[in-house]
Ligand binder design. Sequence first.
Ligand SMILES: *Cc1c(COP(=O)(O)O)cnc(C)c1O
Length: 239
Amino acid sequence: MISENLKKVEDKITESCIKCGRNRSEIKLIAVSKTQPIDIIKEGFIAGIKDFGENKAQELRDKSELIKENFSWHFIGHLQTNKVKYVIKAAEFIHAVDSIKLAEEINRKSKEINKNQKVLLEIKTSDEATKFGLVNEKEIFEAAHFCKKNSNLDLVGLMTMAPYSDDKSVIRNCFIQLRRLKEKLNKNGFTLSELSMGMTNDYTIAIEEGATMLRIGTAIFGDRSTGRHEEIINKAGKK
Ligand SMILES: *Cc1c(COP(=O)(O)O)cnc(C)c1O
């Protein structure tokens, strides 16, 4: 089932790329595996997925200890400062940095293990989508400068979530905002390359507006179980 779903998603990505004249190779597909057990992740890996996204710190830690295939983990959820220690080893990218305080802690923990941590700043581009994310341009520039001057942080881009809406123009507007913000930062001496935007319901719009990282869960794995952490990890541990 995963490989069939993946093929459908890949076909739609390719179609969108053709429609707007983009190259498929500019876009990383992150399969959001939150709440999915390890055997499902392995099945995804065998089907060709090279990037997996998790949004709970302990879940990423436990899964990354149980599965050691050659792929990248992305931490895409809201991260509390006291949980940075759980994700710092496994996460190649941390997508939702939304405060200097969090960036500080990521820098500190990265330094301890001699890592250059790739991070993205989470931007709140709508009122509804999420409680989290930077809004104010001054704050955004301050956070970007903070990342730039700390050598264990590598600021690679920006991330956002659009609201769940039937109105495509509302969604598109969020993605346009994110792209423009990246352009503005790059005009001011930054060198951001990534736009992490687009989920199951809106990834074709995100591609049209310049997404370089799509975070797609449901379209690949189906509906998420509501399993508790212990259940996910126990189920995982058995196989
Ligand atoms: C769950 C999640 C996704 C994937 O959502 P789907 O609608 O299942 O594709 C993407 N980004 C974040 C931050 C998430 O938490």
